[in-house]
Design a protein around this ligand. Structure first.
Ligand SMILES: [Zn+2]
Length: 216
């Protein structure tokens, strides 16, 4: 899932209005920010396998440190704790911790059973929404639409930058998502991971938007 995670980040602004959108994006995408780095340095592995599910040609056969239930629970607690120590804001730290974990829940709904229980475990989770392209697009599209509506209801632009920085992000995310569905399979797992590093771009983008919008 891609857009669905950003939907949670946008909606998170309603739960914790004082937390920057950049920090919310960092939380909800934490697992997928870590993942390409771990793949590129050879700790985790992914291979191209057209038809793995209808939605993705990728076989996520080894990603226990970024995507196992046990380790993600640890990342969630750690993320919340670090935020609490830095800001002394309990609500923000709880929302961010839950935000990190929301990524696992959404991946659990979308992936085939490839999310491990823990490193070394042979127990895998995944409900497989990705087995149907229309169902996956509908669920993810509706989630994203909801996130955008919630975010634009709770914030308003401070200036012109606040308007276009946000709407360009919405369009850009949607285009990447659609291109991903309809483009041919990538040449290799490492190529996918290199491209996935681009997700880091959305963190400063989130902080930038946040500086140019105010709470209603
Ligand atoms: Zn993920």
């Amino acid at each position: 899932m891609f857009l669905g995670h950003f939907a949670v980040g946008l909606a998170g602004k309603k739960l914790a209005p004082k937390v920057s959108l950049g920090t919310l994006f960092l939380a909800i995408q934490f697992m997928d920010l870590l993942w390409p780095i771990l793949v590129l340095i050879g700790i985790e592995h992914v291979r191209v396998d057209p038809g793995n599910t209808a939605f993705t040609p990728l076989d996520f056969y080894d990603y226990p440190f970024s995507h196992s239930l046990f380790v993600v629970l640890l990342w969630s607690a750690l993320f919340g704790l670090v935020y609490y120590l830095a800001r002394r804001a309990l609500l923000g730290s709880l929302v961010l911790g839950a935000g990190v974990f929301s990524h696992w829940l959404l991946d659990f709904i979308t992936h085939r059973p490839d999310l491990p229980l823990a490193p070394g475990s042979q127990t895998y989770f995944g409900l497989g929404l990705w087995n149907s392209i229309p169902a996956a697009m509908l669920v993810e599209g509706l989630l994203f639409l909801t996130g955008v509506i919630v975010y634009t209801r709770i914030t308003t632009p401070r200036n012109r930058t606040g308007t276009w920085s946000f709407w360009v992000l919405v369009i850009f995310l949607t285009v990447i998502w659609a291109a991903n569905i309809f483009s041919p399979p990538p040449p290799s797992g490492k190529a996918v991971a290199s491209l996935a590093l681009l997700v880091w771009l959305f963190i400063p983008w989130g902080y930038w938007i946040d500086r140019h919008r105010v709470l209603r």
